[in-house]
Design a protein around this ligand. Structure first.
Ligand code: DX5
Ligand code: ZN
Length: 223
């Protein structure tokens, strides 16, 4: 099963004073994607990274860049993130009026399109959009901060999301983000997640490089 799962290392918890070393370490450890959290101080309280961060990480690795936008009006940023080298552009549907049009424009700009659902956002928000998405991200914390506890309700939502994707014949990635650790990854995997964004579990570990393998092992040992 290990080849069918992806670990996306979330740079929100990285030591930015050693960004190139941190990226190199997780890449050497087998991270599949780099997850970059863009926050605007409006959709969520903090302000974090912008397109310059994506462009910088693009210089450091060839891995896919999984850009998660927690911003209002994400449609304003499609071209700049495409130009910066983003591979996936994931937004929250509450933050925009015309989600379907935005998904189309993300793909037209050469990126893969994703939508992210807050814990309080029903899965139905995704239902009409399934044919236009490459990734469905189920938030297992309320977005905005790293290091929060995994919300157990995410597991059942993942299960329902997997059923919905299967029923519709969708090949979209089913991703989970928030509180993913050795303790929680197996439940999310069993529920149907195939992609795992993890920040503090990786960058807070004594050995971030090795922790990627530990997460993969915990995921697969408990199938
Ligand atoms: C939270 C972000 C996450 C964050 C996860 O709003 O979207 O990607 O980095 O951090 P951990 O893995 O520490 O919960
Ligand atoms: Zn994220």
């Amino acid at each position: 099963m290990s080849s069918s799962i992806r670990i996306a290392a979330s740079l929100l918890s990285a030591d930015l004073s050693h960004l190139s070393r941190q990226v190199a370490a997780v890449e050497a450890g087998g991270a599949d994607w780099m997850h970059i959290d863009v926050m605007d101080g409006r959709f969520v309280p903090p302000i974090t990274f912008g397109r310059n961060m994506v462009a910088a990480v693009r210089q450091l690795t060839q891995l896919p860049l999984d850009v998660h936008l927690m911003v209002v009006e994400p449609e304003r940023f499609v071209q700049s993130f495409a130009d910066a080298g983003a591979t996936l552009f994931t937004f929250h549907p509450e933050a925009t009026i015309h989600a379907q049009r935005l998904l189309t424009s993300i793909r037209s700009a050469g990126m893969r399109a994703g939508i992210a659902l807050n814990p309080g956002t029903p899965l139905e928000f995704a239902e009409e959009l399934i044919d236009d998405i490459d990734l469905l991200l189920v938030m297992s914390v309320n977005p905005g901060f790293g290091g929060q506890d995994y919300l157990p309700s995410a597991t059942d939502k993942l299960r329902r999301a997997r059923q919905m994707l299967s029923a519709r014949g969708s090949q979209a990635f089913l991703s989970v983000d928030g509180g993913i650790s050795r303790q929680t990854i197996a439940a999310a995997h069993r529920a149907g997640a195939d992609t795992f964004a993890a920040g503090s579990a990786i960058f807070g570990a004594a050995d971030p490089q090795a922790e990627i393998g530990e997460l993969r092992r915990c995921c697969c040992e408990n199938v």
